[in-house]
Design a binder for this molecule. Structure first.
Ligand code: HEC
Length: 190
């Protein structure tokens, strides 16, 4: 009898662990997916700021507007603390230790994206300044909460900050401008 109970308890704990791991994996996939989508919209803006593709105020306004909608979702997709899961990611445990600050940084990004959408109608100078401010808000969160120098045990490279396969994306303006060199270059930027 004792044996049966022990076996049942063991089986339950095994299946519960499996379930929790799957939830954790999904949570990590979701948050990294959101960040990638944000980067898809920001990539062309940065390329314009660098003069790598033609300046297009309408596209900047549109893409910045999308980032303003996505950034407030960051605290939602990071709500699950995965720091003890044993799954390697670039998210630092400090996120969950100081979640209010993390949330505030997401809000700053949303505000600056809105400001950029507005600045895009006010000429190049104002737009460039606003692009810098938005990029600075990505960097500010990465500086505190993203472990960029991670060494994955399977040898995988840390994710670049901007991009990944953007050339085929409807967001990309002009196929091919996001070359590998471009991605490496961006990596050090935020
Ligand atoms: C509130 C904090 C915060 C803000 C704001 C933020 N990021 Fe991040 N970002 C992170 C964290 C944390 C990670 C690591 C996530 C992980 O590994 O699970 C990350 C990772 C990424 C990644 C890699 C995703 C992947 O494939 O694993 C990209 C791309 C990225 N950020 C782009 C941006 C861009 C572009 C902006 C600004 C428009 C931005 N981020 C703003 C916190 C933030």
């Amino acid at each position: 009898m004792i044996r049966t109970t022990t076996i049942i308890a063991l089986l339950m704990s095994i299946s519960l662990t499996g379930w929790a791991d799957e939830r954790t994996e999904k949570a990590i996939e979701a948050r990294q997916g959101l960040l990638l989508v944000m980067a898809q919209y920001f990539g062309p803006i940065v390329a314009m700021a660098k003069g790598e593709i033609p300046f297009d105020a309408v596209a900047i306004e549109r893409n910045a507007g999308k980032i303003a909608v996505l950034a407030p979702m960051l605290p939602d997709v990071f709500s699950r603390d995965t720091s003890d899961s044993g799954i390697e990611t670039e998210a630092k445990a400090d996120i969950w230790a100081d979640y209010d600050d993390f949330t505030a940084k997401a809000a700053t990004t949303a505000e600056r994206a809105e400001a950029l959408a507005a600045a895009a109608t006010q000429g190049r100078g104002a737009t460039m300044k606003a692009i810098g401010a938005l990029g600075g808000s990505c960097k500010s969160c990465h500086d505190d909460y993203r472990q960029k120098k991670i060494t994955y045990s399977d040898g995988a490279e840390p994710a670049p900050s901007i991009g990944l396969g953007l050339a085929d994306s409807p967001v990309a303006l002009g196929a091919g401008f996001l070359s590998d060199g471009f991605l490496d270059h961006r990596r050090s930027w935020i």
